[in-house]
Design a protein around this ligand. Structure first.
Ligand SMILES: *Cc1c(COP(=O)(O)O)cnc(C)c1O
Length: 584
């Protein structure tokens, strides 16, 4: 509840605040007031927050914040920005550290209370995770539009209402407030909770657990990534490359014979048709454009099976940047065709010779390289894992998958939301992209499929949601398979891409909250599902994607259900595995 301490306002408050419920935060509203007077009002009225509505500078906010800290007053600072139909969001960056919330109000003759709205579409450019108040002429007629904004992934923290709920200035229409509150409340699903928060967490998972030496690199990225991704020329180049180089949009294909077989409506999202044969290129294109914006000249990556190494080498060739891929010595021997591809694309493949000489050792080498080359090098991580901001950045690049599903399904079924989305999970990038725009649509069921290998309890699996415990891997807190004393367990899956001992923090949170249903599929069941798709639809899927398809045997869908399965990659790379398995 706001109390306006600006004398020129028709709602100027100069009384005694009565006893209020504890749940009400008393907020003082000020316009270009002195720090001394603000502190005076805060102490006199026992306020919990201040809203700064004038031209208060970054320095002013910093001094005020420092003063509050010196006086041990836990006061939140809300800084207001007036928005016309366009707004230069770059002015916000220096304020991030000195206030707790932003508030976006309409630019009018007087600060606040003008009763006019601005075009909320400009908020699509919001480059930050700082929670904000939405304000500016919100009345009962605007509630539907407000709810639309609440449903997006924007970090809307609160709705600020004023003049349109008044009988006269300073006197609110209580019934109207109640009506609005009810309509907002009933429309509010658990939003926000599935996206990363300002500190880089999904619930208890995520964060950035990194050696101090790596801090400058990760921090630079954290400060820049959203801003860069919101820049119009970045977006234009990303979209252009996805279209002309990757071949997007990838088709949403109605799989008729597969649907008949399983007596439900199955659509396949054809990421297998992308250039290089899988979804991974969506992310490497995005990250190399970020690297260029940051002025980096050199790219490093780690790879296990070589798929991410190839996707990285590809975009480095495209952009003419130096590329070094770290790969365990054992994996180099096992994945000869991908090693050859990387070399042909001009990348240097450096063997990791320590430890088990597999993926985690390659990761250690890449991190060591980054520490030694902090200025000119960008580290492209290949899944929705790693220290914040990587999981969120990768998820956003892959979210093109669900963005396309929405309009493609609208064309084909007349509705944007399917009944289920299904994806396989290694680290979780194709799944994160497939789920992203449905996370806050409660009517869409989310199904994640991980590899059970030779059986969940066989000692040879990668069923992290079933076997994982909270721990730290790859710079983030998540679920991972580990021994009782915390050593990471060697995972196993017939599919190289799912052979990872953890899941990304977003998925750990989806598992913990129950928002997603997790299935664990064995090697044998996945291989059968891959063969079935080949025979019924003429599409040979990557073995990773075959895991997602196998859910059709594990879960009974209704005939009228629309089930969208992400076909994350094509099976060319897996032919020898299929042949050996089926003795073809
Ligand atoms: C790498 C890979 C995966 C697993 O990685 P995610 O980050 O979990 O998506 C799945 N499918 C294919 C085809 C892959 O190449």
């Amino acid at each position: 509840m706001g109390f306006i301490f600006w004398e020129k306002s028709a709602r100027y408050f100069d009384g005694v605040i009565p006893e209020l419920a504890k749940s009400i935060k008393k907020t003082g509203v000020f316009v270009n007031e002195t720090i001394e007077n603000i502190i005076d009002k805060v102490q006199k009225h026992n306020l919990q927050a201040v809203q700064l509505h004038g031209k208060e500078s970054v320095d002013f906010c910093l001094n005020l914040k420092t003063e509050f800290q010196n006086l041990k007053l836990p006061i939140e600072i809300i800084k207001v920005f007036s928005v016309a139909d366009d707004f230069d969001f770059s002015v916000l960056a220096p304020f991030e550290a000195v206030c707790d919330y932003f508030l976006f109000d309409t630019k009018g003759k007087l600060p606040g209370g003008n009763g006019t709205t601005f075009d909320w579409k400009v908020l699509e450019q919001y480059p930050s995770q700082k929670p904000f108040f939405l304000s500016g002429g919100i009345g009962i007629d605007e509630i539907d539009a407000v709810n639309e904004i609440i449903k997006t992934n924007l970090p809307v923290y609160a709705i600020d209402v004023n003049s349109k709920f008044e009988i006269e200035p300073g006197l609110k229409n209580v019934q109207l407030c109640k009506d609005a509150l009810q309509r907002i409340a009933t429309n509010k699903t658990n939003k926000m909770s599935y996206n990363v928060d300002e500190k880089g967490y999904y619930g208890q998972f995520g964060g950035a657990y990194i050696p101090e030496m790596l801090y400058p690199n990760v921090e630079e990225l954290r400060q820049q990534y959203l801003k860069i991704m919101a820049e119009p020329d970045f977006k234009a180049e990303f979209d252009q490359l996805l279209k002309d180089y990757v071949g997007r949009p990838s088709p949403l294909y109605f799989a008729k014979r597969l649907s008949e077989k399983h007596n439900t409506k199955i659509y396949l999202k054809r990421e297998d048709l992308n250039h290089t044969g899988a979804h991974k290129i969506n992310n490497t294109i995005g990250q190399i454009l970020v690297a260029k914006k940051l002025g980096k000249k050199r790219i490093i990556a780690e790879t296990g099976a070589g798929q991410h190494g190839v996707a990285t080498a590809t975009v480095c060739a495209l952009m003419g940047l130096e590329c070094i891929v770290y790969m365990g010595e054992i994996d180099i021997a096992r994945q000869a065709p991908n090693v050859a591809r990387m070399k042909m694309l001009g990348a240097t493949v450096r063997p990791a010779l320590s430890g088990s000489r597999t993926l985690k050792d390659a990761t250690n080498e890449a991190i060591r390289d980054w520490i030694n080359n902090p200025v000119d090098t960008h580290y492209i991580i290949g899944s929705a894992i790693g220290p914040h901001p990587y999981p969120d950045m990768v998820t956003r690049f892959q979210s093109i998958i669900s963005e396309e599903i929405k309009w493609q399904l609208k064309e084909k079924e007349g509705r944007e939301n399917p009944d289920y989305v299904v994806a396989c999970i290694g680290g979780g990038s194709n799944a994160a992209g497939t789920f992203y725009h449905f996370l806050h649509e409660p009517e869409v069921g989310i199904i994640a499929v991980e590899a059970a290998g030779k059986g969940i309890h066989s000692g040879h699996s990668a069923a992290t949601s079933k076997l994982g415990k909270v721990g730290i891997i790859h710079g983030c807190k998540t679920l991972l398979m580990q021994t009782p004393d915390g050593q990471i367990t060697e995972p196993y899956s017939i599919s190289a891409g799912l052979d990872y001992p953890g899941v990304g923090p977003m998925h750990a949170h989806l598992a913990e909250t129950g928002r997603a249903e997790f299935f664990s599929v064995t090697d044998d069941d996945a291989m059968d599902a891959g063969l079935e798709l080949s025979k019924l639809e003429g599409i040979i899927p990557a073995i990773e994607s075959s895991h997602a398809l196998a859910v059709l045997n594990d879960k009974k869908f209704k005939p009228e259900d629309v089930v969208v399965i992400c076909l994350s990659g094509r099976g060319d790379k897996d032919l020898s595995n299929y042949i050996e398995h089926f003795k073809i």
